[in-house]
Design a protein around this ligand. Structure first.
Ligand code: MSP
Length: 521
């Protein structure tokens, strides 16, 4: 557990509000939710920020095409698509920032003025390619035949008088930073790309646009709006009081959370987060984020899944069939965090059935049924099987260590391995055979207790990943009344055997993971 009392501050990218969320966006947000729930269960104070990126040409074009103002378009999308999707996926964010809110726009303007006063901003002329899909000024090496490598669309040629940020001046400092703190940009593959980019001769960055008016006005030159990425990156600070006086509410929040512990992003936006963003903070003399972690892409047909290429899948397509918790579980379990991964219905069905329904769901329902049948529905006398207890301690250590480094797959694997181990224990001990002879009562009770208390631990460890299902299980173990809310259970304490009190009542709850045939209508 981290020794400092500073909050664990985690952010997702703020997503463009031009369209509804698809499973790529949900992948990042679910990962953030799982990690922050895990840290809360470690007893840490946590701040989890997400939100929407609402300025720029892409949003303006979409709103125009739909015949409404950009503000109306964003309001509609945020209220009918983004927030409802996060709530349907059980995302427990602490704050949702929109870049059109005054708390953001005012702090962005103040930040920019501060950078100008400190000499980091000058006026110049930008001429070159711009991809509206990426909202990015492109280098020749980023384009294939003039087309963006990510969007496959022809980049526009922009020629404008703009304000520039002296990004190039920060290159030596950035290189030194990553040398000293390699963990500040992960995984290593992305860090190496960032380092190669930094060594390739970084140019200063145009940070304003004069050809559109949907953005935050440059405070001293209101004919220009601030470049959407410069505006967007600042959300991580504006949402927590960036630049506010130390004795104000914002200033106190800032002191409590800054610097961010993890910026979770997809790999295509790593230059923004690992080059431009820290340089902006260096210019303002602010501490740098501890880690930018860039995960891979969900692929469909071998390509980055995206709405614009019509390969977008929305979370409801999957959750309506498999349920929310299986959705939350599947992507983190199946794809090493940091690598690309293909989504397949077949793989998801197979894992749902074998890991969730059979290994986990059946174990829980068999245990409850046996306690009802053999122990009148009451948890028997406390007992500890040393070998299960040892396996559980090792599991918790592995899972906690893996979560610390965002290795969700290893964490989940180790928990599910323990689940298999408990299944093996039940198979070996054969409580249904012990139950045939009353002389075995003590032995039978021991087996059932050990199984029940192992399931208690599994519920706690899986809670950050599958909050709703584990709550149902917690209720049926009767643990709510005796041990309190499941989210209050601590990771550091979960391996202590013997927590379920003798005599508490178990009840058969809803089937945790119904068979898929039953669900398909
Ligand atoms: N608005 C910017 C981010 C600004 S942050 C200061 C942006 N928005 S976005 O709507 O395009 O969302 C990008 C993020 O969505 C990616 O970084 C990634 O986290 C997620 N994903 C979008 N498509 C994805 C996949 N196909 N696969 C995995 N994640 C994907 O960029």
């Amino acid at each position: 557990m981290s020794a400092d009392s500073k909050s664990f501050y985690l952010t997702t990218p703020i997503y463009y509000a031009n369209d509804a969320p698809h499973i790529g966006h949900a992948y990042t947000t679910v990962a953030g939710d799982v990690l922050t729930r895990w840290h809360r269960q470690r007893g840490e104070s946590v701040w989890f920020l997400t939100g929407t990126d609402e300025h720029g040409q892409k949003i303006m074009n979409t709103a125009d095409a739909n015949g409404v103002s950009p503000q109306e378009w964003c309001d509609r999308l945020v209220e009918t698509a983004w927030k409802p999707t996060w709530s349907s996926l059980n995302i427990a964010y602490d704050d949702f920032i929109r870049t059109t809110e005054s708390r953001h726009t005012e702090r962005v303007q103040r930040f920019l003025t501060q950078l100008k006063d400190a000499g980091h901003i000058y006026s110049g002329k930008y001429e070159g390619p711009y991809c509206v899909g990426c909202e990015e000024f492109k280098l020749p090496a980023d384009l294939d035949d003039g087309k963006c490598q990510i969007h496959g669309t022809i980049a526009e040629i922009v020629s404008e008088e703009n304000w520039f940020f002296r990004l190039s001046a920060f290159v030596p400092q950035l290189l030194a930073h990553y040398q000293e703190h390699p963990e500040a940009c992960e995984p290593a593959s992305v860090r190496n790309e960032v380092l190669a980019f930094l060594q390739s001769g970084v140019q200063d960055l145009s940070i304003s646009r004069s050809s559109l008016d949907w953005g935050i006005p440059v405070p001293w030159d209101t004919k220009q709006v601030i470049y959407v990425w410069f505006d967007a990156l600042l959300n991580y600070g504006t949402a927590v009081g960036l630049g506010d006086p130390a004795d104000s509410e914002g200033g106190r929040k800032f002191a409590e959370v800054w610097p961010p512990d993890v910026h979770l992003i997809g790999k295509e936006i790593s230059r923004f987060h690992a080059v431009i963003w820290p340089a902006m903070l260096m210019a303002a003399n602010l501490p740098l984020p501890k880690k930018v972690f860039a995960h891979g892409w969900l692929l469909v047909g071998g390509e980055k899944m995206s709405k614009s290429k019509l390969t977008g899948i929305v979370p409801a397509d999957i959750t309506s069939h498999f349920g929310v918790d299986a959705f939350r579980y599947y992507f983190l379990r199946a794809i090493p965090f940091g690598s690309d991964g293909s989504f397949s219905w077949e793989d998801m069905s197979a894992r749902y059935t074998s890991e969730l329904a059979n290994d986990f769901g059946n174990l829980a329902s068999r245990l409850i049924a046996m306690i009802e049948k053999y122990c009148e529905g009451l948890i028997p006398a406390v007992a500890t099987d040393q070998s299960l207890a040892g396996a559980l301690s090792a599991t918790v250590a592995t899972a906690d260590g893996a979560m610390e480094v965002l290795d969700f797959q290893t964490a989940i694997n180790s928990i599910m391995e323990f689940c298999k181990r408990v299944n093996g224990y039940v198979t070996e001990q054969q409580p249904w055979v012990l139950a045939k002879d009353p002389a075995n009562k003590v032995e039978l009770n021991k087996v059932l207790y050990n199984t029940a208390d192992s399931i208690r631990a599994l519920a706690v460890l899986l809670h950050p990943i599958m909050p709703a299902t584990t709550e149902i299980l917690w209720e049926s173990l009767g643990a709510n009344e005796t041990l309190g809310d499941i989210s209050q259970q601590r990771i550091a304490d979960v391996a202590r055997f013997g927590q379920l009190p003798t005599g508490s009542k178990v009840t058969k709850g809803a089937v945790l993971f119904p068979r898929l045939e039953e669900k398909a209508e």
